[in-house]
Design a protein around this ligand. Structure first.
Ligand SMILES: [Zn+2]
Length: 383
């Protein structure tokens, strides 16, 4: 059975796999196709069995080979003003429009359409890794990586097909997303000194984090943009009325760190300031006051040696002889951490991802298909 890229992309777009929803219909469609092609595969479900990763291997049962990886979830189209229908493929002026065309069902469509070519005489195995819940903190792929660890043969390298304009990418920053909850003590604002103002303590902590963010600029790596780790507060919520000293305030912040720097040192500096400076002062007024931190999500940075065999091979298949970095994160850091050298290279541009009227240029998909053909030829000739 041969299904072309457009047909696959059209099918994949039609499944609304926004991260809060199930991806099972999409995964089952891919699994059915793999079964028809005689490709063994495994579904790795979440605990509610509402979502699944798919792992497949084609070719000899030997160590090494190449893994192609992508996430099946997309960001919401809800709340955005689209001119095109988000869950139906629209072709216009050399582009395919629809949610996930760039990020990153375009890559998955190219891989699925190319699979029949990989069914003959591979000397090394091809691995497929399709995950869920990437867009909400690279959550799903962790159980997929565990499953790959249990395999008798692990891939020697991985291509994550996030949109890079088909330029190989060796690195990106890591991220730690955190929530801070400040519990103060309420009272009438006329007696403000008798309360503990949770909003004001949150403000002092955020102000301290702004100072920390400045110090992060001292360590720079010009390959990344911006060339230093960043720390930012994105959401804050607290207080009920102006004439009440607020008892509660919470805020979310994130640290996007250079791959070679530890996020823990910065997080320790933040929690240490709260523990040593702020909480003792709060407790002088009211013992129940506290500041707590919860980790919302995290993933490691990626920094693959561009001189490595894996990087050189991926650059050769893509036809682009240099590799760069991207400002956004991918599952690549987790694969790399698991000992699988990884580069990111996929069709489309992240400028078009996450936006209304998301699209991928058809010539980007053609370039991706050409890379997969080069990979296929190498896998048939390599020994
Ligand atoms: Zn993505």
């Amino acid at each position: 059975m041969n299904v072309n890229v457009k047909e696959w992309l059209s099918r994949l777009i039609a499944f609304d796999t926004t991260s809060r929803l199930s991806n099972l219909q999409l995964i089952e469609a891919i699994a059915g196709y793999l079964s028809e092609l005689g490709i063994t595969h495994q579904l790795i479900y979440n605990s509610e069995r509402s979502k699944a990763n798919l792992y497949a291997r084609i070719g000899p049962v030997t160590a090494g080979g190449v893994m192609l990886s992508g996430h099946t979830d997309v960001v919401p189209a809800q709340g955005q003003v689209w001119q095109m229908p988000p869950f139906q493929l629209t072709e216009q002026q050399g582009r395919y429009y629809g949610r996930g065309t760039a990020d990153m069902k375009g890559f998955i469509a190219c891989v699925l359409a190319a699979l029949p070519d990989f069914l003959t005489a591979l000397h090394v195995p091809l691995h497929l890794a399709f995950s869920y819940d990437e867009e909400v903190g690279c959550l799903g792929v962790r159980s997929l990586i565990d499953a790959i660890h249990d395999q008798p043969c692990k891939p020697a390298l991985c291509i994550v097909g996030e949109p890079t304009g088909m330029r190989p990418v060796f690195g990106h920053k890591g991220k730690a997303a955190m929530r801070c909850h400040v519990r103060g003590h309420a009272c009438h604002s006329a007696y403000a000194p008798e309360g503990v103002n949770a909003v004001e303590y949150a403000a002092r902590l955020i102000s301290h984090m702004c100072t920390l963010a400045e110090t992060l600029k001292q360590h720079q790596d010009s390959r990344f943009s911006p060339p230093f780790s960043t720390l930012h507060t994105g959401v804050i919520c607290g207080g009920n009325a102006l004439n009440i000293v607020p008892a509660e305030c919470s805020f979310d912040f994130e640290l996007r760190h250079l791959p070679d720097s530890s996020p823990q040192a910065t997080l320790d500096a933040i929690t240490g300031f709260a523990r040593q400076q702020l909480i003792p002062q709060m407790k002088q007024t009211e013992e129940t006051c506290d500041i707590r931190f919860t980790r919302l999500s995290e993933y490691p940075g990626l920094c693959t040696d561009v001189e490595s065999v894996a990087a050189r091979q991926i650059m050769a298949w893509s036809g682009v002889s240099d590799a760069g970095t991207v400002p956004y994160g991918t599952e690549g850091g987790l694969f790399h951490e698991a000992g699988i050298p990884t580069l990111v290279c996929g069709p489309g541009n992240m400028d078009q991802g996450h936006k209304p009227d998301e699209y991928v240029a058809i010539d980007q998909l053609d370039q991706c298909s050409a890379m997969l053909q080069n990979l296929c030829r190498w896998m048939q000739s390599s020994d």
